[in-house]
Design a protein around this ligand. Structure first.
Ligand code: PBG
Length: 326
């Protein structure tokens, strides 16, 4: 019967687990991951974020133990977000020498120096209005915000941050921050630019975790329109010209076409940000017993790598470490 037909037998390479592993094109490893943490001002606080089961806001006194746990799981880098006690119009807590991210960074680099600290450079957690820059005439003032972002980046590096990750989406942030870091004597600190960041509903749970919901309006005058693909190339292009060392695409799951575009067009490590809403949806479905969490998460993270991500920022990093170790 078969000699009558001419077809290719793809199933030959799927016949056993050993065979499949021989031809597997994409593998997750712990080196791929950056784990986001939320450090809150205060003492003895370890508070689970209601919309993000398994993710906690922790005060400084819990940070060392948290880092030791991450290190024992094989996680090599954290992205630090600060939740300050006080906010103001200018977001001064973002660049205060005693700001929460600065304190957390100093502590991490003192206690667990091999952990790479990626500082998220933005004002939204520190401004009373919750926007990513300063407000003039009911909109975020680009150039006035740049100055504060540059100060923030320098103060984060002074505290010991290994990588600066500006997420504010002001035009020109890479060049302004690069100049500020070089001028302050830090030419070797890389910039992991949130080059391609969409105005996304997937950030909802993060804004609970970081207490950074805008108090009026939305972020659509500075974050990108989810309908646009070519605009992503323009954003990545200018960040590369301005001196970005890594390019972040955010969110990840619904934007894998963009991850691939960025990978194909630019010669820089591409980072996919597997954002809070993507995490929460999976956790909620898992808690209801509707999906196999382990298989689903490993599948979607593998898809991010297959799409071209060299690194993945993910709240699942701890879970992945446990699953890969099984
Ligand atoms: C700060 C920032 C945000 C996220 C990372 N950095 C929130 C936002 O832009 O509103 C979102 C991360 C996530 O959803 O996991 N600008």
């Amino acid at each position: 019967m078969t000699d009558k037909y001419d077809f290719k037998r793809h199933r030959r390479l799927r016949s056993s687990a050993a065979m499949r592993s021989m031809v597997r094109e994409t593998q997750l490893q712990m080196d791929d991951f950056i784990y986001p943490i939320f450090v809150v001002e205060g003492n003895d606080i370890k508070k689970e974020v209601p919309s993000m089961p398994g993710v906690f806001q922790v005060s400084l006194d819990y940070v060392k133990a948290e880092m030791e746990e991450l290190q024992s799981l094989g996680i090599k880098a954290v992205m630090v977000f600060g939740v300050p006690a006080e906010k103001d119009e200018q977001g001064t807590g973002a660049f205060a020498d005693t700001g929460i991210v600065q304190e957390a960074t100093r502590l991490i680099k003192r206690e667990v120096p091999r952990m790479l600290v990626v500082a998220d450079t933005c004002l939204c957690e520190y401004t009373s209005h919750g926007h990513c820059g300063v407000i003039h005439n009911h909109d975020v003032d680009n150039d006035a915000s740049l100055e504060l972002l540059a100060k923030t980046a320098v103060s984060q590096v002074e505290a010991g941050a290994d990588i600066i990750a500006p997420s504010n989406m002001m035009d020109g942030f890479v060049t302004v921050i690069r100049h500020a870091l070089d001028g302050a004597g830090y030419p070797n600190v890389p910039i992991m630019s949130y080059a391609v960041k969409y105005a996304s509903a997937f950030y909802g749970p993060f804004r609970d975790a970081a207490d950074s919901t805008p108090q009026f309006g939305d972020r659509k005058t500075y974050q990108m329109d989810p309908s646009n693909r070519l605009e992503a190339i323009r954003e990545a292009e200018s960040d590369m010209e301005e001196g970005a060392d890594f390019l972040i695409v955010k969110p990840a799951m619904s934007y894998l076409d963009i991850v691939r575009d960025v990978k194909n067009n630019f010669n820089a490590p591409v980072v996919a940000y597997n954002v809070s809403g993507e995490y929460s949806m999976v956790k909620a479905a898992a808690q209801n017993g509707w999906i196999n969490e382990k298989e689903l998460v490993l599948e979607k993270l593998t898809a991010m790598k297959r799409a071209g991500a060299d690194l993945i920022i993910s709240y699942f990093a701890k879970d992945v470490a446990k699953w890969l170790g099984e």
